[in-house]
Design a protein around this ligand. Structure first.
Ligand SMILES: Nc1nc2c(ncn2[C@@H]2O[C@H](COP(=O)(O)OP(=O)(O)O)[C@@H](O)[C@H]2O)c(=O)[nH]1
Ligand SMILES: [Mg+2]
Length: 338
């Protein structure tokens, strides 16, 4: 049953994926507090992974940006609310250059990565604010980079027979832009990516901006500026909140399906019981189904109760995270903003 709990990151080299993972793990392991006092945490259950994540974060606080990945690393995370597991997901921090390699020798490794994306609950596309600015200034390479995200998404659709998996565009390094520039960058990006944000696509697509701090810059690997990492600082929580939103929405759909089929079973069994009761005593003596039918009625009743309870719980959680989400992201369904 625990299918579709993978969050997949797309993003060319230097789009900010690794930094995001380190900052997110640091920020959300501290816990995000909801207005009612409940705490959401995101942590790796594997101590060695957590230690690795902390170390990479520490390297940044010590003033060095992480070096580009030479190999892929898999991380597993649990998102818990009141210690109850809402979702577990894995993130693959793959090596630089793999998404847009032209090297035929790497085609198998690339194919393996693309196929690992297929059973995702949500797709997050990372693109740096620096790239978008340059694309807006008509820089050819940056436009190619942005267009390449559409190509990657088409590849996903092709592999999954057009699965309507929700997507999010994450504009990283947003500290490089002023608030007005950010608005323009979002509009520009949305217009470029019509396969996600256009009308008639029938998909849920969101766009957000994230940053690790203020006035950050990179001088030969040296980190300058102010790192500001906290549960809601720089929108670091938003891509995860959106993923949770998608996973919980899926669970709600599942529960509604189960509920309605249990309700159908209940009605059918109820009808059969009426027929059974109208049989003659003589017929009943030879062919009595009453107990069997009553058992069916009971068990569909149990399922109905259970699924209704689950739905209340899921809707509760959804309404709790919704204000956070809409505060930090623009969400479009079939091209129309929520
Ligand atoms: N200004 C700014 N630069 C960032 C931020 N996050 C990452 N960077 C820069 O982007 C570079 C690439 O980030 P990285 O996470 O390694 O990209 P990846 O190749 O997608 O994993 C870093 O070395 C930093 O110079 C940010 O929040 N603000
Ligand atoms: Mg990386």
């Amino acid at each position: 049953m625990e299918k579709n709990r993978k969050i997949s990151f797309y993003g060319l080299s230097r789009s900010g994926k690794s930094c995001y993972i380190f900052a997110m793990a640091q920020a959300l392991s501290q816990g995000l507090c909801f207005p009612d006092g409940e705490i959401l945490t995101v942590k790796s259950p594997i101590p060695m992974q957590m230690a690795k994540l902390y170390k990479s974060y520490q390297q940044m606080t010590d003033g060095r940006w992480p070096a580009g990945n030479t190999e892929s690393v898999d991380y597993n995370f649990n998102a818990r609310l009141r210690l109850e597991k809402l979702m577990s997901f894995n993130l693959k921090d793959y090596r630089g250059g793999l998404l847009d390699t032209c090297d035929e020798d790497e085609i198998d490794e690339q194919d393996e990565l693309f196929s690992s994306f297929e059973d995702s609950a949500v797709l997050l596309f990372f693109v740096g604010a620096d790239t978008i600015i340059k694309a807006m200034e008509k820089d050819v390479e940056s436009n190619i980079k942005l267009n390449f995200l559409s190509t990657l998404y088409e590849n996903f659709l092709d592999r999954t027979n057009d699965a309507r998996t929700p997507v999010m565009i994450v504009i990283s390094k947003s500290d490089m832009l002023s608030p007005q520039e950010l608005l323009k960058a979002k509009e520009f990006t949305k217009n470029k990516l019509q396969s996600m944000f256009g009308h008639g696509t029938n998909i849920t697509a969101a766009i957000t901006t994230v940053t690790l701090g203020k006035n950050l810059s990179n001088e030969n690997g040296e980190l300058e500026g102010d790192l500001i990492i906290g549960p809601t600082a720089g929108n670091i929580h938003i891509p995860i909140i959106y993923s949770l939103f998608c996973v919980i929405s899926n669970k709600i759909e599942e529960a509604i399906g189960k509920l309605s089929s249990a309700q159908d079973d209940y009605k059918n069994a109820q009808n059969e019981l009426n027929n059974e009761m109208s049989k003659s005593a003589f017929e009943k003596f030879f062919n009595n189904n009453e107990n069997k039918i009553r058992n069916r009625i009971n068990s569909s009743n149990n399922i109905i109760g259970k699924e209704k309870e689950a739905l209340i719980e899921l809707n509760n959680t959804l309404s709790k995270i919704k204000p956070f989400l809409l505060n930090g992201a623009d969400v479009y369904i079939n091209g129309t903003k929520l």
